[in-house]
Design a protein around this ligand. Structure first.
Ligand code: FE
Length: 135
């Protein structure tokens, strides 16, 4: 499923997404730790943007960070995501957005494993898993 996401209105996003997805993807919410469907999920496949369907992360880059959110050490392509300074909540963090549709995915932190040393800390609600072979 790849949606045409250019110029989608707020009303259209609300119709397309579940309330939880809308709150994370379009309002930059964060789901509570250990509550999302993918934090402890180990399926082999790819994780797509739940808003527009573009491939964002491969299961081979997923690791158990112990954080309670699905964590990856790199996106499928560097160009798959946009990283932006986020100084909200009195913290200096780096927000991660879908490069195609601009939806909020989570944050990236410099405490991940090699080879990247990065932890892409994502919300399950922003992702849509597809098993390998069903793509
Ligand atoms: Fe997207």
């Amino acid at each position: 499923m790849t949606q045409d996401v250019k110029n989608k209105t707020d009303a259209e996003w609300r119709e397309l997404l579940s309330p939880d997805q809308y709150r994370v993807l379009r309002e930059k919410g964060t789901e509570p730790a250990f509550t999302g469907q993918y934090h402890d999920f180990k399926g082999d496949g790819v994780y797509r943007c739940a808003a527009c369907g573009v491939e964002l992360f491969d299961a081979t880059a997923k690791y158990d960070s112990g954080s309670g959110w699905p964590s990856f050490f790199r996106p499928v392509e560097a160009e798959s995501v946009i990283e932006r300074a986020d100084d909200s909540f009195f913290m200096r963090r780096t927000e991660v957005l879908c490069a195609k549709c601009g939806s909020h995915l989570g944050h990236v932190f410099p405490d991940g494993p090699e080879p990247s040393g990065l932890r892409y800390c994502m919300n399950s609600a922003s992702l849509d898993f597809t098993s390998r072979g069903e793509q």
